[in-house]
Design a protein around this ligand. Structure first.
Ligand code: DGJ
Length: 778
């Protein structure tokens, strides 16, 4: 709900209130953002008081010694009028100064969300408030848009600048949001990393001065995801004040948190001003990306639920919104570039037998792409690999009863390619410098219309010809040497690139809503809300080692729901970390996302095949809850445990993954808490899992009736064909008992093994199914 009074604006979601007021000089003051207020609550009581002059302040009016912009909580702010904090704008005005003074001009409230011309937005909002500010000296306007998503407890904000004067202005910085709040000893949480170590959560105090979270690589990046949290110092998963912010944008982003000497904290978020410059001519307007914010006093799980609901309800669009995602097999880690039709069909047949639903052919199917040095840009099937062409191959896959998906990297080109030979001018590079390379490739210049048209034509024709139902859209290098021959002003480059990308995605995929798009950028190098407006899921990371994935998926879970995370089971020892992990743990980590497998199935033992077939059947049974359930990070008092839970929409079923990182000697007993369920009686049980003979190593000789060499032929054969059963526990109890925690059977500590001992060791895990008594299925 939005209530616009004479001098104040109140935005309510189901559980939160956001309050703004207009000061007597027309500036917008931020009054409150927090739990839902009583409808009688008024702005005067909640606003910061201005009752004394602050020493060494610059006054806005010489007759008003308590009105200094520097000592106020503002909703928008300027340069050169006495506020010395970071301003959301840096405009060179027609008088060549950087001084602006934007004050209230008018406002309107409209139904629903207001779409943008060139940028993706969250859709289906309840109401939108538009407050227009005007500079006091020039007819330059800023429209501040606030859209309320009541049920999901999210408010989105963005700004549009309009030049209605007769001289251009130069924008060096234009943020989407700015907001000041009194400090609560805020801690800032960000998701940082790099290739194969994306989205690790980091915490730091938002202390005096500026704390920044930004990217400069041309994408939202694996270095620093755009999303961040501000939380009171004592907040934890279930309690405490938490603000969450994210941005619907895939390019260079920028957020600052600035604490000033009055202990006010400013949050600004928008396009990164680094290398940005935009000239706004008379009659032109500039749209900034939409940012989304949420508040919860229920800790991190609280804001996560809001953000997850927002994404599932208002970001993901098209045929795959709320739809269960197929279990896929991707051939990349099985083959890399070395495959032919025979190898692919064998893999697909094996996949089908295990219950896989979608076969994805990754890199290497086109041009001279036999390694990563050639072929990018030439999307013509390599006849040595697929002699009858893509359509014939896709039909063969479909005849096996599988859907068919294909990999592309449309934004890139290799120098060694037909495309580069015929159109070197399509690549981003400078004539007076030698090129810099990433993975042997150059980036195509999406600022050029010819390049966008080329990509749309190439990709679309294969999609239609081979009736593709899934696309993996990859992007494997950072942008450098930002320069486009299509631009007069190179300060526009990075933003224009992203506008070009969105245009291409729209042109290809909007007319083909049946295609499931999975975006990828060396894994999670472009994991953001902008891409999620086009691709319902994103390849989370090239790292499928479950122990690393636990960190990555935990980090992302603060902002992104499981339905958006591509999560695959791959080989062990793992291809990037060399870590040996149980198959069960690889599966359990991948369950809390969109499950896939990425390994050469022909090397599986008969026992592993049975195991995987059971895993897939189990996932299918609970897929909706794994992909769309309410996700909880369960607090563990032991540092070597990670516990994830997902609860069904009716709150009658919960699935809990219990992961042990490094085992400690003589592990003490563990407790399993299951929260978020409806009141009632439940049965909780362990998913039965296989315990491979090899896991016991030399211990086996103590339990076998005859002495066996642990590395001998008999044991190796036994490991291929047999496994032991891991401990299965079943209890019946109330939702209250589950919330308090059920003590589990003891772990193996070297003093004996039987069926009531949990065999976890390093990297072990269990999955628990909790179901309301009347719906217990097995
Ligand atoms: C990077 C991706 O993240 C991988 O999954 C794979 O598709 C390779 N690119 C292929 O080159």
């Amino acid at each position: 709900m939005i209530t616009a009074g004479k001098t104040s604006f109140r935005l309510d979601t189901e559980h939160t209130t956001y309050l703004i007021r207009k000061t007597k000089y027309g500036h917008l003051e931020h009054v409150y953002y927090g739990n839902l207020l009583d409808k009688e609550d008024d702005v005067e009581a909640l606003a910061q008081k201005r009752s004394i002059m602050v020493g060494s302040s610059v006054l806005y009016s010489k007759d008003d010694d308590v009105y200094s912009l520097d000592s106020m909580c503002l909703e928008w702010s300027d340069n050169g009028r006495g506020d010395y904090r970071h301003s959301p704008t840096e405009f060179k005005m027609p008088d060549n100064s950087f001084v602006t003074d934007f004050v209230y001009e008018n406002h309107e409230v409209v139904e629903g969300s207001v779409p943008m011309e060139n940028l993706p937005t969250a859709y289906g909002g309840d109401k939108t408030l538009k407050i227009t500010l005007k500079d006091k000296a020039y007819p330059i306007f800023i429209d501040l848009y606030y859209t309320v998503f009541e049920k999901t407890n999210v408010i989105s904000r963005r700004a549009v600048v309009r030049n209605e004067g007769n001289a251009p202005i130069t924008m060096k910085r234009i943020m989407s949001i700015s907001m000041d709040m009194p400090d609560e000893c805020f801690q800032m949480y960000t998701l940082d990393g790099g290739w194969i170590k994306e989205a690790n959560l980091h915490k730091r105090p938002a202390s005096y001065g500026i704390t920044m979270n930004s990217s400069t690589t041309g994408a939202s990046s694996n270095r620093h995801n755009p999303a961040f949290l501000l939380a009171e110092a004592d907040a934890n998963e279930d309690y405490g004040s938490v603000y969450a912010f994210n941005m619907i944008y895939s390019g260079n982003h920028y957020s600052i948190v600035e604490k000033n000497e009055r202990d006010y904290v400013r949050v600004c978020m928008g396009i990164n001003p680094h290398l940005f410059e935009w000239v706004l001519s008379p009659g032109e307007k500039f749209e900034t990306p939409e940012c989304v914010m949420s508040y919860s006093s229920q800790g991190f799980n609280g804001t996560s639920h809001h953000m997850h609901d927002l994404i599932n309800e208002h970001i993901i669009r098209g045929d795959y919104k709320k739809k269960e995602r197929p279990i896929l097999l991707n051939n990349w880690e099985a083959h890399f570039f070395a495959f032919n039709e025979g190898k692919l069909l064998r893999l697909a047949k094996d996949a089908k037998k295990l219950g896989i639903e979608l076969f994805v052919l990754d890199d290497g199917w086109f041009g001279e792409r036999n390694n990563d040095k050639a072929g990018l840009g030439d999307y013509k099937v390599n006849p040595k690999k697929l002699p009858e062409g893509m359509k014939a191959f896709a039909d063969k896959i479909r005849n096996l009863g599988l859907d068919f998906g294909l990999w592309f990297e449309p934004e890139m080109v290799n120098e060694n390619s037909d495309l580069y030979s015929s159109h070197p001018e399509y690549a981003i590079k400078l004539q007076n410098r030698s090129s810099v390379f990433g993975r042997n490739q150059l980036v195509l210049d999406l600022c050029q219309k010819e390049v966008r048209d080329y990509i749309v034509k190439q990709v679309s024709s294969i999609l239609d010809e081979a009736e593709i139902s899934y696309v993996k859209w990859d992007m494997n290098r950072h942008i450098a040497e930002a320069f486009s021959k299509a631009l007069q002003n190179q300060g526009e480059f990075y933003h224009r690139y992203i506008l070009g990308l969105y245009e291409v995605l729209k042109r290809i995929f909007e007319p083909r809503p049946h295609i499931l798009l999975e975006s990828c950028s060396s894994g999670g190098n472009r994991f953001d809300l902008g891409m999620l407006c086009f691709s319902p899921q994103i390849w989370t990371s090239d790292d499928t080692d479950p122990i690393e994935r636990i960190k990555i998926q935990t980090g992302l879970s603060y902002f992104y729901p499981q339905s958006t995370l591509g999560a695959h089971v791959s080989e062990a020892p793992h291809q990037q970390t060399l870590r040996e992990t149980p198959l069960a743990t690889r599966f359990h980590a991948a369950c809390f996302g969109c499950l896939g497998y990425e390994l050469d199935l022909k090397y599986l033992t008969p026992e592993q095949r049975k195991d995987i077939a059971e895993q897939i059947a189990f996932y299918k049974q609970y897929r909706k809850i794994f992909q769309y359930g309410s996700f909880y990070r369960i607090k563990s008092y032991k540092p070597n445990k990670v516990i994830w839970e997902t609860v069904s929409e009716d709150k009658e079923t919960a699935l809990t993954g219990f992961f042990q990182i490094l085992a400690t000697a003589a592990e003490s007993s563990d407790k399993l808490k299951v929260i978020g369920l409806k009141k009632g009686r439940y049965t909780i049980r362990t998913r039965p899992q296989k315990l491979y003979v090899e896991r016991f190593g030399g211990l086996i000789k103590h339990v076998a009736p005859v002495e066996l060499n642990p590395d001998g032929v008999i044991m190796r054969v036994a490991n291929r064909h047999y496994s032991l059963k891991d401990c299965v526990e079943t209890y019946t109890c109330s939702s209250e008992a589950l919330a308090a925690g059920i003590p589990l059977c003891e772990q193996f500590i070297g003093t004996g093994y039987h069926d009531k001992v949990r065999m976890l060791g390093d990297f072990g895990s269990n999955m628990y199914i909790t179901e309301k008594e009347n719906i217990q299925q097995k």
